[in-house]
Design a protein around this ligand. Structure first.
Ligand SMILES: Cc1cc2nc3c(=O)[nH]c(=O)nc-3n(C[C@H](O)[C@H](O)[C@H](O)COP(=O)(O)OP(=O)(O)OC[C@H]3O[C@@H](n4cnc5c(N)ncnc54)[C@H](O)[C@@H]3O)c2cc1C
Length: 642
């Protein structure tokens, strides 16, 4: 490293040690909530965040809706009813524990966030009298205006408010610190302590954080199939910094994972081929329920779940006759109540019906309040659209009262992808856990998108808070285990090794090679021979990765990420090898599908690695028992109540 060129001190040779009760890895919505909950329980808390905690994570820059807050004063759906619907919608390959926590506690978290300064209601009366606003509370609803389970929120205000609260509570926040290795359980057959090794992404300093309990909150894997070396920042839907570190560390440490065989054909922004998510004219989430027109200006009608064409805009926000409520927003893999456009019908069908490309979102004909809430509030508050779309387009003269906005690719996705260009999108696999959100490794908890079949801001905040409470409860009973010095030394060498490589590979080359290997051997159609070949290539690349060079802490961090991506690829390939029969809800298709395996595999396949060997156990769907009873039971066991 040449200090002259690098603007931060060179601390690559230095190391330090710290201790706390609860260590939180990842400072997005789930991590920051976990830290707040644990600190409120009286624990000393340290949080490691690779980016800058004030705006890091998928929702750090904002989000426009908060789903499934079923105990809010306007909601007509109970938490259990909603959780059951979400389970059914995912054919029971769903995370009902997470959804039960989300639906029961979303409103509590929202009120808590409001007390910290986050904006969750229309206090200025900007939308008074609109059908989506409750004029008594000022709460603003999205999607199902009759049942009111999802709220429109001013998401840009929320992350900074949470960070202020965490600081007030004395949480030690280490921004620009990569959690680079997990100190937990046994590795190479011996206990290595509890905690993590942190790597300063600016100075290269390595710190060993020992803790009584750990919460993993580092989101989910990305850049596994899709990577563009020229536009790395636009490789995936989620932030560049999140590549599945929890999955990689957990896999190395013997943690259990499930549903990792589930992947979908690329949907959102990826590999630099698309506009920012929700940045094109569409009718999904942020843009629901924009009027869509074809190239001639002919309106493409909405229909309800029974195929009945809707005549008014208001009907788009109401359940069909005889339907209690409809699901919308976030992870709805099988839309049951949607505009039958690119989102649900193949292009060929739309063409057969005579619609002409390109399509446009046409807000000009929408009622004034609906137009203003989509273009003004939703596009203005959503994660990646505020600056590039809302501010830039407005500055350049886009006026939603007069102009329409074009759709690209196959519609709302903003780009078209090949079947082998896959993503862990929607509700993909992740860490297996119990009702306390504890993993199979004692005193290690997980939250947010790190959990299997998880997604969304409300889910991240509620499960984060829950995991923080339970981690605090566990920390109060746990001894502090010091880190094993041999393990630390080995990790130190691994993390710093790229500095010593001369004329080596660039991290981008290996990331691109890994992505290509996953496309070739773990694409839309799988079979044992391809997957085994894929494993061989990924293992070869793991050896090649020893020769990646890193000239400064920034590049070192990228090299560590590539090593994590390779570990995640190994996990995914093994999960795909385990499932022998096609499974539609998991978008899992084999050319050598074994029909006879179908019934026995109607369950979670749960994998972990022990001494280099993959172990599998099968867990029945709905293993979590009675939802309300278990929610109540485990709620009482939380750290806050102890
Ligand atoms: C563009 C976009 C729009 C969205 N819109 C909505 C919406 O309107 N409503 C909604 O409900 N949901 C929305 N979501 C989903 C929602 O934002 C996420 O589900 C939620 O933020 C997940 O929270 P999390 O804490 O699990 O992960 P994140 O908030 O992504 O946080 C993970 C954090 O871990 C950090 N990290 C990763 N690896 C490491 C490491 N090795 N060491 C240290 N730190 C690490 C990352 O930097 C990041 O800050 C959207 C997501 C995206 C990407």
């Amino acid at each position: 490293m040449t200090e002259k060129q690098w603007p931060y001190p060179n601390e690559a040779g230095l190391s330090a040690e710290e201790q706390c009760d609860v260590l939180v890895l990842g400072g997005g919505l789930s991590g920051i909530n976990a830290a707040i909950a644990a600190a409120r329980s009286g624990c000393s808390v340290t949080l490691l965040e690779k980016g800058d905690v004030r705006r890091s994570g998928a929702a750090g820059t904002g989000f426009d809706h908060w789903e499934m807050a079923c105990t809010n004063p306007g909601c007509k759906v109970t938490p259990e009813e909603m959780t059951r619907a979400l389970e059914e919608e995912q054919c029971y390959f769903s995370n009902a524990i997470g959804h039960m926590i989300e639906t029961e506690e979303g409103w509590d978290r929202l009120q808590d966030i409001e007390s910290m300064g986050g904006k969750i209601r229309d206090v200025d009366g900007e939308f008074t009298g609109q059908p989506f606003r409750d004029d008594w509370t000022g709460l603003m609803y999205a999607y199902d205006y009759t049942n009111r389970y999802t709220l429109r929120v001013w998401g840009t205000t929320i992350k900074p408010a949470l960070v202020r609260e965490a600081r007030k509570l004395g949480v030690r926040i280490c921004s620009r610190t990569e959690a680079a290795a997990l100190l937990t359980g046994k590795q190479d057959g011996r206990p290595v302590g509890t905690g993590a090794i942190g790597f300063d992404t600016r100075t290269g300093r390595i710190t060993v954080f020992s803790a009584r309990a750990v919460v993993l909150a580092m989101s989910r894997p990305a850049r596994v199939w899709l990577f563009n070396s020229d536009l790395p920042g636009l490789c995936e839907f989620r932030p560049f910094s999140s590549i599945g570190s929890a999955h990689a560390m957990g896999w190395r440490a013997g943690m259990e994972f499930t549903l990792m065989e589930k992947s979908v054909r690329g949907e959102f922004s990826a590999a630099g081929r698309s506009f920012p998510p929700y940045g094109t004219g569409n009718n999904h989430n942020t843009w629901y329920a924009a009027t869509m027109v074809d190239a001639r200006g002919v309106e493409i009608p909405y229909v309800d779940r029974d195929g009945r064409e809707l005549k008014t805009v208001d009907e788009r926000y109401r359940p069909a006759p005889g339907q209690k409520f409809f699901l919308k927003g976030g992870v709805i893999d099988e839309p049951k109540y949607e505009w039958r456009g690119p989102e649900t019908l193949p292009f060929e069908e739309l063409m057969k019906r005579g619609y002409r490309l390109p399509f446009y979102a046409d807000l000009t004909s929408m009622p004034e309040g609906e137009r203003r809430v989509i273009w003004g509030m939703m596009v203005g508050e959503e994660a990646k659209t505020r600056v590039p779309i809302y501010e830039n387009y407005t500055a350049r003269g886009f006026d939603p009262r007069r102009h329409v906005l074009q759709s690209y690719g196959t519609g709302w996705q903003s780009a078209a992808f090949l079947d082998q260009e896959r993503q862990l999108f929607g509700a993909p696999g992740g860490v297996m856990h119990d009702w306390n959100l504890e993993t199979n490794i004692k005193n290690v908890f997980a939250a947010g998108d790190t959990l299997y079949a998880s997604d969304c801001a409300g889910h991240a905040c509620t499960t984060g808070y829950w995991a923080g409470q339970h981690a605090a409860g566990a920390a109060k009973k746990a001894e502090l285990q010091k880190a094993d010095p041999d393990f630390v030394q080995r990790e130190r060498e691994r993390l710093l090794k790229p500095l010593t490589v001369r004329d080596g590979l660039d991290w981008r080359e290996v990331n691109a090679a890994a992505a290509k290997a996953m496309q070739n051997y773990c694409g839309g159609i799988k079979c044992d021979d391809l997957l085994l070949q894929g494993l061989k290539v990924i293992h070869d690349l793991q050896r090649e990765a020893e020769n990646i060079q890193g000239r400064n802490p920034h590049e070192l961090t990228r090299v560590h990420e590539v090593s994590d991506i390779l570990a995640v690829s190994d996990l995914i390939l093994n999960a795909c090898l385990s499932r022998k029969a096609d499974r539609e809800p998991l978008f899992f298709k084999r050319s050598d599908s074994r029909k006879e395996a179908e019934e026995a595999e109607n369950c979670y396949l749960v994998l972990r690695k022990e001494d280099g060997t993959v172990k599998e156990r099968r867990v029945p769907l709905q293993f979590y028992g009675d939802l309300t009873e278990n929610y109540e039971k485990h709620k009482e066991g939380g750290g806050l109540n102890e």
